[in-house]
Design a binder for this molecule. Sequence first.
Ligand code: ADP
Length: 585
Amino acid sequence: MEARRRSSTKPFQSLKPTKTVSVDEDLTKASDALPLPLHLSNAVFFTLFFSAVYFLLSHWREKIRTSTPLSVVTYSEIIAILAFVASFIYLLGFFGIDFVQSLILRPQTEVWNSEDDDEVADVLLRKEDARKVPCGQALDCSLPPLPPPAPIVTVQKVLDEKPVTVLTEEDEEIIKSVVAGTTPSYSLESKLGDCKRAAAIRREALQRLTGKSLEGLPLDGFDYESILGQCCEMPVGYVQIPVGIAGPLLINGREYSVPMATTEGCLVASTNRGCKAIHLSGGATSTLLRDGMTRAPVVRFGTAKRAADLKLYLEDPDNFDTLAVVFNRSSRFGRLQGIKCAIAGKNLYLRFTCTTGDAMGMNMVSKGVQNVLDFLQTDFPDMDVMGISGNFCSDKKPAAVNWIEGRGKSVVCEAIIKGDIVRKVLKTTVESLVELNMLKNLTGSAMAGALGGFNAHASNIVTAVYIATGQDPAQNVESSHCITMMEAVNDGQDLHISVTMPSIEVGTVGGGTQLASQSACLNLLGVKGASKESAGANSRMLATVVAGAVLAGELSLMSALAAGQLVKSHMKYNRSNKDVSKASS
Ligand code: ADP
């Protein structure tokens, strides 16, 4: 292992925060060149300056009074002039540069003060820390000098400013014990109390154990505390996904810039073209049809009769109020809407639906369901709860129940695209689009036995927006259920297009939505966090934006297909010119 470690000369990430390394590097200050400590030097030059000024002024006043020409200078005046010049140069150097720097740096300080730009501020701050500053700025360094760590390996100081590896002796010991298996990798966060350091140590141990480099997977620039216990366990870095912007997308009279995280060339450009066509045609209308998250436990009885008894009890309207009170205890936001049951012999599937405010709501609905199951045990003691989720929910799997009943937000979004815009922006005709939609999205999908897949590429847009905004990307399965309809209207002049999406599962609180980058994308859309006006308004608005973006994506891709442009544009934007064999080696 040791040999492996030594042979690895890759510039692994620093195990200490960047700030620490930079401050250590900047410990040489301009004041070190002074023979006296800084405050004594300042005191000497201040005294010299004011004494010389006082001396010269009083002497010149005396000369003016006695009518002696000022050009006649005595030795003491020459000394005073020299003292004045020397102290002036010192003070100008000290305070002048400081003043100039404060002018130059002022705009950045204002950026740091912005509450919304904490992450930007953090990046700028780190850049500032790394800068070697002269004179007053350096002398007045507000960052306290840290005790020098005991660096035992400085693998490489790379010229292109990649991070420098600094492993402290203590870090090295922990890495060795993780590699040896004496310290479990998962326990690093709780043992060290420092998530970034835990990730760095785990990463180094992993590289040694596997003999594979993680160069290219960044470690720095991520807040590891923010994912602890809720988003990702045992982190060793983070994957970077570019975020592109499509828009403005005009829905219900409001413009949105839609963030899309993707590595598929053409996707953002194509969606953007759809947004343009929609905008030029007066915008789209997005309507929310239903809002309710579902969870369906499976319970088992000794007989089918008993299972049927429970089904009848749960579906009896007289029992709903009692069940709702029990369910709603779980959260301020979760409100039971209904229970739909399906029976399979002695087994009963109870599909609970509830509102979840601005949360996507899986946790919320599960808690409510648990309350009801506990309550039911009193009247149905022979009920065996086999699983809190029995797949009749149905989460992250294509299922007809979601397609028909809906899950999360059900939205329909429509627009009338003017014939002129279809020709000029989309480079096709209304007639071709309508015909292709019938053949591809309706007949073709029927031929394929599609379940909710009556569209061209809804999942492309759904997934890109989900990743950008911190949704659960695995829910793209049912969230992408969509039927795209096209019809010629206004005497065949214009195109009516709509997307109907029954199960868009989105939230603006909880899960990955609170992470810095994802939260910035939600902020861009104006739906960050919990709605202050009405619980659930933000997540509902996000669902309408998702449907609107899908409408734009459908419009553009279908037009490209109708015009025969698809292969051409993909060859241009989605094909790397790089030599892939070199990249992989
Ligand atoms: P999910 O249920 O989507 O998995 P969480 O388990 O994180 O997400 O639940 C959301 C949390 O956010 C709950 O604790 C809830 O009380 C809180 N919360 C705060 N404001 C809201 C809101 N406007 N809508 C929904 N939940 C909210």
